[in-house]
Design a binder for this molecule. Structure first.
Ligand code: ZN
Length: 303
């Protein structure tokens, strides 16, 4: 008998990425389709998702389809509420995609999907309580406690980047001041480097310099790494996870970021001689984590 398969589709600002997984969680096939622009009709996005799902379904008909979407998804996983890079607005995406594909569909935001993937098949495998912090241009996040994703009453939990780190601090794009992501993100990395060097370098350039041994770039990572540890201490105090997984483009530099983060966590957490201090580990599934997690959420009944 043919074993079962699930599809996961990650919907981002520039592309739609589909994976087919086996019951084991192993990825069997990957396909991408271009993302219709932000001003395209909502139905064009749904068709791109259906097409990408079909691309990886031809050889093996799936049991169900999971959707990972960048932006705000309601707690029930029925509606996509809002996102800066996608055209959907308060759209009943789950139901529409069930009608379009004929498959059972689950919907969640990309941070929850990536966290579920890392917990189930990646860096946090074997644990049931984890905090995930994703550092790109800003900070995204997700929380799993006791084997269940914690979405909050409205699906809006995990927006760690806008926790206030410095009262009256740097202005944030969200309209507040002193948000954590102003001190620990790709944007923060660029700012710290610009202040030190007097010229602009983008995140990947700073990363390459740091890996090549440049001291200014290494110090920039040490600065945002320390802030990563300080913010992580607040999350550990609040949620008591077994492990903290750090993903996103900025984390590609590895221990140049994570070593100062581990030091910052120890310095900022109470009672470290008398409690387990969770390890801070790098995410292991890379840019396919959202799609893999969506497929796993479809497999697991969206816990
Ligand atoms: Zn903010």
């Amino acid at each position: 008998m043919d074993p079962d398969h699930w599809i996961g589709v990650d919907v981002g600002g520039t592309k739609v990425l589909a994976v087919r997984i086996a019951a084991s969680g192993d990825v069997e096939q990957v396909a991408t389709r271009p993302m219709p622009g932000r001003t395209a009709p909502e139905s064009a996005v749904e068709q791109a998702i259906a097409d990408a799902a079909a691309d990886v379904s031809l050889a093996r008909p799936p049991v169900a389809l999971g959707i990972s979407a960048a932006g705000l998804v309601d707690a029930a996983g029925e509606n996509y509420l809002f996102g800066a890079h996608l055209p959907w607005r308060d759209a009943p995406v789950r139901k529409r995609l069930e009608e379009l594909t004929g498959l059972p569909v689950v919907l969640d935001n990309d941070a929850n999907c990536a966290a579920w993937a890392e917990l189930t098949a990646g860096a946090a495998r074997g644990f049931d309580s984890a905090v995930m912090v994703t550092i790109g241009t800003g900070i995204g996040g997700a929380l799993v406690l006791g084997g269940r994703l914690v979405r909050g009453a409205h699906g809006l939990a995990g927006e760690f980047g806008h926790m206030q780190a410095v009262p009256g601090g740097l202005a944030c794009e969200c309209g507040l001041h002193g948000c954590w992501e102003q001190y620990c993100s790709g944007r923060a990395l660029e700012r710290v480097t610009r202040v030190a060097l007097g010229r602009h370098l983008d995140g990947p350039e700073v990363t390459a310099m740091a890996l090549a041994g440049n001291e200014v770039a290494r110090q920039a990572f040490a600065s945002i790494g320390l802030w990563l540890g300080v913010g992580t201490a607040a999350l550990v105090s609040a949620f008591d996870p077994q492990v903290v997984v750090v993903g996103g483009g900025v984390s590609a530099v590895g221990d140049l970021l994570l070593a100062p983060a581990r030091a910052g966590l120890r310095e900022s957490l109470q009672g470290t001689d008398h409690r387990p201090v969770p390890e801070i580990v790098p995410a292991s599934l890379g840019p396919e984590a959202g799609a893999i997690g969506a497929a796993l959420l479809a497999r697991d009944g969206r816990p």
